[in-house]
Design a protein around this ligand. Structure first.
Ligand SMILES: N[C@@H](CCC(=O)N[C@@H](CS)C(=O)NCC(=O)O)C(=O)O
Length: 217
Protein backbone atom coordinates (compact mmCIF):
# COMPACT_ATOMS: atom_id res chain seq x y z
CA UNK A 1 0.00 0.00 0.00
CA UNK A 2 1.30 3.45 -0.93
CA UNK A 3 1.45 5.86 2.03
CA UNK A 4 -0.34 9.20 1.85
CA UNK A 5 1.17 12.37 3.24
CA UNK A 6 -0.37 15.80 3.63
CA UNK A 7 1.08 19.07 2.35
CA UNK A 8 0.05 22.70 1.86
CA UNK A 9 -2.25 23.33 -1.07
CA UNK A 10 -0.50 26.69 -1.35
CA UNK A 11 2.78 26.80 0.51
CA UNK A 12 3.73 30.17 2.07
CA UNK A 13 7.32 29.62 0.87
CA UNK A 14 6.12 29.52 -2.76
CA UNK A 15 7.49 26.00 -3.24
CA UNK A 16 11.07 26.58 -2.02
CA UNK A 17 11.02 23.32 -0.06
CA UNK A 18 10.85 24.88 3.41
CA UNK A 19 7.52 23.35 4.45
CA UNK A 20 8.02 20.18 6.45
CA UNK A 21 6.38 17.85 3.94
CA UNK A 22 9.67 18.32 2.03
CA UNK A 23 11.54 16.24 4.66
CA UNK A 24 9.07 13.43 4.39
CA UNK A 25 9.07 13.51 0.58
CA UNK A 26 12.88 13.44 0.63
CA UNK A 27 12.98 10.46 3.02
CA UNK A 28 10.49 8.56 0.88
CA UNK A 29 12.52 9.31 -2.24
CA UNK A 30 15.75 8.18 -0.54
CA UNK A 31 14.27 4.77 0.24
CA UNK A 32 12.47 4.43 -3.10
CA UNK A 33 8.95 4.40 -1.66
CA UNK A 34 6.21 5.88 -3.85
CA UNK A 35 3.64 8.03 -2.05
CA UNK A 36 0.42 9.95 -2.54
CA UNK A 37 -0.10 13.51 -1.38
CA UNK A 38 -3.31 15.05 -0.08
CA UNK A 39 -3.18 18.83 -0.35
CA UNK A 40 -4.88 20.94 2.30
CA UNK A 41 -5.91 24.56 2.50
CA UNK A 42 -5.23 26.43 5.75
CA UNK A 43 -8.88 26.14 6.76
CA UNK A 44 -9.00 22.38 6.00
CA UNK A 45 -5.96 21.89 8.24
CA UNK A 46 -7.94 23.24 11.18
CA UNK A 47 -11.08 21.18 10.55
CA UNK A 48 -11.92 18.22 12.77
CA UNK A 49 -11.35 15.67 9.99
CA UNK A 50 -7.69 16.70 9.78
CA UNK A 51 -7.32 17.21 13.54
CA UNK A 52 -8.15 13.52 13.97
CA UNK A 53 -4.86 12.88 12.13
CA UNK A 54 -2.92 15.81 13.55
CA UNK A 55 -3.95 17.21 16.96
CA UNK A 56 -2.32 20.57 16.21
CA UNK A 57 -3.94 21.01 12.79
CA UNK A 58 -0.67 21.07 10.87
CA UNK A 59 1.13 19.31 8.05
CA UNK A 60 2.72 16.87 7.42
CA UNK A 61 0.84 13.72 8.37
CA UNK A 62 1.51 10.19 7.19
CA UNK A 63 -1.07 7.44 6.67
CA UNK A 64 -0.20 3.87 5.84
CA UNK A 65 -2.72 1.06 6.31
CA UNK A 66 -3.93 1.37 9.92
CA UNK A 67 -1.09 3.69 10.99
CA UNK A 68 -1.42 7.48 11.15
CA UNK A 69 1.50 9.64 12.24
CA UNK A 70 2.18 13.32 12.73
CA UNK A 71 5.48 15.13 13.54
CA UNK A 72 7.98 15.08 10.70
CA UNK A 73 10.70 13.54 12.91
CA UNK A 74 8.49 10.62 13.96
CA UNK A 75 7.41 10.07 10.36
CA UNK A 76 10.99 10.01 9.12
CA UNK A 77 12.09 7.68 11.92
CA UNK A 78 9.26 5.34 10.93
CA UNK A 79 10.29 5.42 7.26
CA UNK A 80 13.96 4.93 8.18
CA UNK A 81 13.16 1.94 10.37
CA UNK A 82 10.89 0.34 7.77
CA UNK A 83 13.32 0.65 4.83
CA UNK A 84 17.04 0.37 4.24
CA UNK A 85 19.04 3.48 3.40
CA UNK A 86 18.46 6.07 6.10
CA UNK A 87 19.87 4.42 9.23
CA UNK A 88 23.12 2.44 9.53
CA UNK A 89 23.02 -1.31 10.24
CA UNK A 90 25.51 -1.12 13.11
CA UNK A 91 23.56 -0.63 16.36
CA UNK A 92 25.81 2.12 17.78
CA UNK A 93 25.97 4.04 14.51
CA UNK A 94 22.18 3.75 14.27
CA UNK A 95 21.75 5.18 17.77
CA UNK A 96 24.09 8.05 16.89
CA UNK A 97 22.14 8.80 13.68
CA UNK A 98 18.93 8.95 15.75
CA UNK A 99 20.68 11.28 18.21
CA UNK A 100 21.45 13.60 15.27
CA UNK A 101 17.77 13.49 14.27
CA UNK A 102 16.86 14.73 17.73
CA UNK A 103 19.67 17.29 17.67
CA UNK A 104 18.39 18.70 14.38
CA UNK A 105 14.80 19.03 15.64
CA UNK A 106 15.37 19.75 19.30
CA UNK A 107 18.58 21.75 19.49
CA UNK A 108 19.19 23.38 16.11
CA UNK A 109 15.69 23.97 14.71
CA UNK A 110 14.14 25.93 17.63
CA UNK A 111 16.45 28.98 17.49
CA UNK A 112 16.29 28.97 13.67
CA UNK A 113 12.49 28.87 13.67
CA UNK A 114 12.23 31.61 16.28
CA UNK A 115 14.63 33.82 14.32
CA UNK A 116 12.68 33.20 11.10
CA UNK A 117 9.25 33.71 12.67
CA UNK A 118 10.34 37.04 14.16
CA UNK A 119 11.47 38.21 10.73
CA UNK A 120 7.98 37.46 9.40
CA UNK A 121 5.74 38.55 12.23
CA UNK A 122 7.53 41.08 14.46
CA UNK A 123 9.00 43.60 12.04
CA UNK A 124 6.51 46.29 13.09
CA UNK A 125 7.41 46.08 16.79
CA UNK A 126 9.48 48.81 18.42
CA UNK A 127 11.79 46.19 19.95
CA UNK A 128 12.22 44.22 16.72
CA UNK A 129 15.86 45.16 15.96
CA UNK A 130 17.06 44.56 19.51
CA UNK A 131 15.32 41.18 19.83
CA UNK A 132 16.36 40.12 16.34
CA UNK A 133 20.02 40.71 17.18
CA UNK A 134 19.63 38.44 20.20
CA UNK A 135 17.84 35.73 18.19
CA UNK A 136 20.46 35.87 15.46
CA UNK A 137 23.20 35.48 18.06
CA UNK A 138 21.49 32.33 19.37
CA UNK A 139 21.47 30.91 15.86
CA UNK A 140 25.16 31.76 15.47
CA UNK A 141 25.95 29.97 18.72
CA UNK A 142 24.39 26.74 17.43
CA UNK A 143 25.83 27.07 13.93
CA UNK A 144 29.30 27.75 15.30
CA UNK A 145 29.10 24.62 17.42
CA UNK A 146 27.73 22.53 14.57
CA UNK A 147 30.34 23.90 12.19
CA UNK A 148 33.14 22.92 14.59
CA UNK A 149 31.77 19.39 14.87
CA UNK A 150 31.23 18.92 11.11
CA UNK A 151 34.69 20.26 10.27
CA UNK A 152 35.66 18.90 6.87
CA UNK A 153 33.40 15.84 6.97
CA UNK A 154 30.79 15.17 4.32
CA UNK A 155 28.09 14.08 6.77
CA UNK A 156 27.42 14.23 10.51
CA UNK A 157 28.53 10.69 11.34
CA UNK A 158 30.27 8.89 8.49
CA UNK A 159 27.57 7.90 5.95
CA UNK A 160 24.51 10.00 5.00
CA UNK A 161 21.60 9.22 7.36
CA UNK A 162 18.18 10.45 8.47
CA UNK A 163 20.11 12.73 10.85
CA UNK A 164 21.65 14.52 7.87
CA UNK A 165 18.34 14.63 6.06
CA UNK A 166 16.74 16.45 8.98
CA UNK A 167 19.74 18.69 9.67
CA UNK A 168 19.93 19.83 6.04
CA UNK A 169 16.23 20.67 5.96
CA UNK A 170 16.55 22.55 9.25
CA UNK A 171 19.54 24.59 8.03
CA UNK A 172 17.71 25.35 4.80
CA UNK A 173 15.20 27.33 6.86
CA UNK A 174 17.91 30.04 7.05
CA UNK A 175 17.52 30.52 3.30
CA UNK A 176 17.53 34.23 2.46
CA UNK A 177 18.79 35.39 5.88
CA UNK A 178 22.48 35.52 4.91
CA UNK A 179 23.39 33.70 8.13
CA UNK A 180 24.33 30.24 6.86
CA UNK A 181 26.70 31.74 4.29
CA UNK A 182 29.03 32.75 7.15
CA UNK A 183 29.83 29.03 7.69
CA UNK A 184 31.53 27.70 4.56
CA UNK A 185 31.50 24.07 5.68
CA UNK A 186 27.80 24.16 6.63
CA UNK A 187 26.89 25.83 3.33
CA UNK A 188 28.79 23.07 1.52
CA UNK A 189 27.07 20.46 3.72
CA UNK A 190 23.62 21.78 2.78
CA UNK A 191 24.62 21.92 -0.90
CA UNK A 192 25.72 18.26 -0.67
CA UNK A 193 22.30 17.31 0.64
CA UNK A 194 20.53 19.35 -2.03
CA UNK A 195 22.62 17.66 -4.74
CA UNK A 196 21.29 14.21 -3.89
CA UNK A 197 18.97 12.92 -6.64
CA UNK A 198 16.33 11.97 -4.05
CA UNK A 199 16.35 15.53 -2.69
CA UNK A 200 15.92 16.94 -6.17
CA UNK A 201 12.98 14.65 -6.97
CA UNK A 202 11.30 15.64 -3.69
CA UNK A 203 11.99 19.33 -4.29
CA UNK A 204 10.59 19.20 -7.83
CA UNK A 205 7.46 17.40 -6.64
CA UNK A 206 6.65 19.96 -3.94
CA UNK A 207 7.50 22.88 -6.25
CA UNK A 208 5.12 21.46 -8.86
CA UNK A 209 2.27 21.84 -6.36
CA UNK A 210 2.96 25.55 -6.22
CA UNK A 211 3.60 26.16 -9.93
CA UNK A 212 0.89 23.78 -11.08
CA UNK A 213 3.37 22.30 -13.59
CA UNK A 214 4.26 18.59 -13.30
CA UNK A 215 7.90 17.81 -12.37
CA UNK A 216 10.10 17.38 -15.46
CA UNK A 217 12.47 14.66 -14.13
N1 LIG B 1 6.99 19.87 14.80
C1 LIG B 1 6.11 19.72 13.66
C2 LIG B 1 5.86 21.12 13.08
C3 LIG B 1 4.79 21.07 12.02
C4 LIG B 1 4.58 22.45 11.41
O1 LIG B 1 4.94 23.50 12.02
N2 LIG B 1 3.99 22.47 10.23
C5 LIG B 1 3.74 23.73 9.56
C6 LIG B 1 4.16 23.63 8.10
S1 LIG B 1 5.89 23.42 7.93
C7 LIG B 1 2.26 24.03 9.58
O2 LIG B 1 1.45 23.16 9.39
N3 LIG B 1 1.93 25.31 9.77
C8 LIG B 1 0.58 25.78 9.75
C9 LIG B 1 0.02 25.95 11.13
O3 LIG B 1 0.70 25.68 12.13
O4 LIG B 1 -1.12 26.40 11.20
C10 LIG B 1 6.75 18.79 12.62
O5 LIG B 1 7.98 18.72 12.57
O6 LIG B 1 6.01 18.11 11.88
Amino acid sequence: MIPTITAFERSPDRGRGLARDMRVRWALEEVGQRYDVRLLSFSEMKESAHRKLHPFGQIPTYEERDLTLFESGAIILHIAEAHAGLLPGDANARARAIAWMFAALNTVEPPIVEFGMARISERDKSWYEERQAMLEQRVHTRLGELSSRVGGADWLDDAFSAGDLLMVTVLRRLDGSGVLEKYANLSAYVARGEARPAYQRAFDAQLAVFTGKPPTG
